[in-house]
Design a protein around this ligand. Structure first.
Ligand SMILES: *Cc1c(COP(=O)(O)O)cnc(C)c1O
Length: 245
């Protein structure tokens, strides 16, 4: 078998295992959307995944995401940006991304809103169709305690409604819901239960912002048990990440 055939078979087997876990965890609740996190893996893997029926992919670094989206231009993949995002990268992200899952501060909301408007002016001048509103998930920091270093891993839950109001007020942005990563050193189910409570608080003000982006390879079952609508799965589909640096 060629290397490509081997890799396709490998990805297909892993993808099937993840889809089985998702179906088992759904237990009659609604199915969640699978976002395959392809960070550190080559664009060739993304192409193979698209051939295997994957529609949603996630990336966490602006440069890497931009290069892969360009390499896969013309595919009908939806790109989800899931990593820490600097405001000066907003312009490049809105060229290819359908969604940003890491909206964690007012400055980033403003930068993304401006970038969508600028992107649509650019498209109009080029004679291209407008892009749709950017789906925004507010990333919350679910850690408890005092030793939090702000600015990494999301906004504080107390900032949620202020961020939501800013997203909702921007015509280029669409408020999708919440995103979080389960903190280390705690049962993920307990953290995802807090996220589900916060989601209830958000949807009481914004009923359509019912998305919950939660669950990675190690904790997808716990996330689905607590209402996750979007799972971000990397290593269990792609295999161990290649060493970096
Ligand atoms: C890498 C990453 C994932 C996927 O993690 P796996 O453990 O490989 O499934 C999900 N969410 C975020 C924010 C990530 O950076």
């Amino acid at each position: 078998m060629s290397t490509t055939t081997d890799r396709t078979a490998d990805l297909q087997a892993r993808l099937e295992r993840v889809r089985h876990r998702m179906a088992a965890a759904a237990e009659g609740r609604g199915e969640a959307e699978l976002i395959v996190v392809t960070k550190y893996f080559p664009a060739s893997d993304v192409a193979l995944l698209a051939g295997l029926g994957v529609r949603n992919v996630g990336e966490n670094k602006a440069q890497e995401a931009e290069a892969k989206a360009a390499a896969l231009a013309g595919s009908d993949l939806r790109w989800h940006f899931i990593g820490q995002l600097q405001t000066n990268k907003a312009k490049s992200v809105v060229r290819y991304a359908s969604a940003v899952h890491s909206v964690d501060r007012l400055g980033l909301v403003a930068a993304l809103g401006k970038a969508v408007a600028a992107e649509n002016r650019r498209r109009t001048e080029a004679g291209d169709a407008q892009r749709g509103p950017l789906d925004c998930f507010l990333q919350l920091d679910l850690r408890r305690g005092e030793d939090l270093d702000p600015g990494r891993g999301g906004a504080r839950p107390a900032e949620m409604l202020e961020l939501a109001d800013a997203v909702a007020a921007d015509p280029g942005l669409s408020l999708s819901g919440l995103m979080a990563v389960a903190p280390l050193g705690e049962d993920p189910a307990a953290a995802f239960a807090r996220l589900q409570d916060l989601s209830a608080e958000l949807t009481s003000r914004y009923p359509r912002a019912a998305g919950i982006s939660a669950g990675m390879s190690r904790d997808l079952e716990a996330a689905m048990a607590h209402g996750a609508t979007h799972l971000r799965i990397g290593s269990d589909v792609l295999g161990p990440r290649p060493a970096v640096g």
